[in-house]
Design a protein. Structure first.
Length: 386
């Protein structure tokens, strides 16, 4: 059996070779391997220059200022720093708002805060996965400290109206945190233009290395956070720890490439996504999950009647895909995202997430269609009533 085509770019992406080349230049003795916090010698200063260049690139992609970028291990840590950091600055537990379709990296910190006495509201979404702005406005209270809303959903690709949400939260003097792990590098983004106070990014979602991300923290006026890691006071005391120069340099290069190529890339990925969906509609009992008007360019989520998602994954011979979030792939319960948009348990269990990326081709879309079509036919034929 040949190696399957990778079609799960919502979960992670391969490192772009151009990124890997930059990273390699920070690892060995003939490169910029020094500690960027060491200013007493040239090795440390060279590494610090690498970090500063990367910080500029991340800020440019996000629409932030370089001094607002706090590097961390990924979006999970960034989300925790944002949510728990806001909570830690307050003397008494208050109120936070999020959405039922959020990633576990947001929902789990909120669950932790509930145990500490915080009141947390999780908002419903409509059948497309979009948040109702009027319902959000009604849920705001004088004691609301933070609203946390992801920009693009990792399972269905739905984009929230962050501009309208940011306008609302800013008018009510409530902090807005946005998890942009899925959208950064794929759709245009402007942190300050969208009136976002805290923005989470993850390098491995846009062809950078795993293990590095950033939290952009609004600096004017400053958002105050309680640090979650202590030991050295790095990055203005918000996140201690020696900075991994090679990973940060890789993230910076990935940001530069994304900024230059995302517009053309989006057109290409959307065309393959739409062609795949058009073909899949020839299968009886196939359903589209998500929002047709506001979504990521490369991601398609479908459910297929009479086929269980995990069985379909194993039946696919030529493509590597997922039935939901990679972070919960060992959990056999139906997707909380699909249940939130109104799918029953059977439809949620029969879902498939197909996500095109930079290194896919038009041929991959045709191969994916043939593979899914044939796998569904085999599984249905094996069913007791097939």
């Amino acid at each position: 059996m040949t190696t399957p085509i990778y079609l799960d770019n919502a979960a992670t992406t391969p490192v772009d070779p151009r990124v890997a080349e930059v990273m390699a230049a920070c690892l060995t003795a003939d490169g910029d391997f020094g500690n960027p916090a060491s200013f007493s010698h040239g090795f440390g200063l060279a590494a610090a220059d690498r970090v500063d260049d990367a910080r500029d690139a991340v800020a440019s992609l996000a629409g932030a200022l370089p001094e607002e970028v706090v590097f961390c291990s990924g979006a999970t840590e960034a989300n925790n720093l944002a949510i728990l950091g806001v909570a830690g600055r307050l003397r008494e537990p208050g109120h936070m708002i999020s959405v039922k379709t959020e990633h576990k990296a947001v929902l789990d910190p909120l669950t932790h805060l509930r145990k500490q006495g915080w009141d947390v509201d999780l908002m419903d979404v409509d059948a497309s996965g979009r948040l109702d702005l009027a319902e959000l406005e009604a849920a705001l209270r004088p004691e609301t400290a933070l609203v946390s809303v992801m920009h693009a959903n990792n399972e269905i690709g739905t984009l929230q109206d962050i501009a309208a949400i940011g306008q609302l939260t800013r008018s009510r003097d409530v902090l807005l945190h946005v998890d942009a792990a899925q959208s950064a590098g794929k759709v245009p983004f402007d942190m300050h233009g969208l009136q976002i106070d805290l923005l989470s990014l993850c390098a491995h979602k846009f062809y950078g290395p795993k293990g590095v991300g950033a939290l952009c923290v609004r600096g004017r006026p400053p958002v105050r956070l309680q640090a979650q890691l202590h030991g050295g006071g790095h990055q203005r005391g918000l996140r201690s720890g020696t900075l991994p120069t090679h990973q940060i340099a890789g993230m910076g290069e990935a940001c530069r490439i994304a900024a230059a190529e995302m517009a053309d890339e989006a057109v290409r990925l959307a065309s393959w996504r739409d062609a795949l969906w058009q073909g899949l509609q020839q299968i009886d009992g196939v359903h589209f999950n998500g929002c047709r008007a506001h979504r990521l360019p490369g991601l398609l989520n479908v459910s297929i009647d009479g086929v269980e998602g995990e069985s379909l994954l194993f039946a696919l011979e030529h493509i590597a895909v997922s039935s939901g979030s990679a972070c919960t792939s060992s959990d056999l319960t139906p997707s909380h995202v699909l249940r939130a948009i109104g799918c029953d348990a059977e439809r949620a269990q029969g879902s498939l997430r197909l996500s095109f990326g930079r290194f896919n081709t038009e041929r991959d879309a045709a191969l994916a269609l043939a593979d899914v079509t044939q796998a569904v036919a085999r599984l249905r034929a094996l069913a007791p009533d097939g």
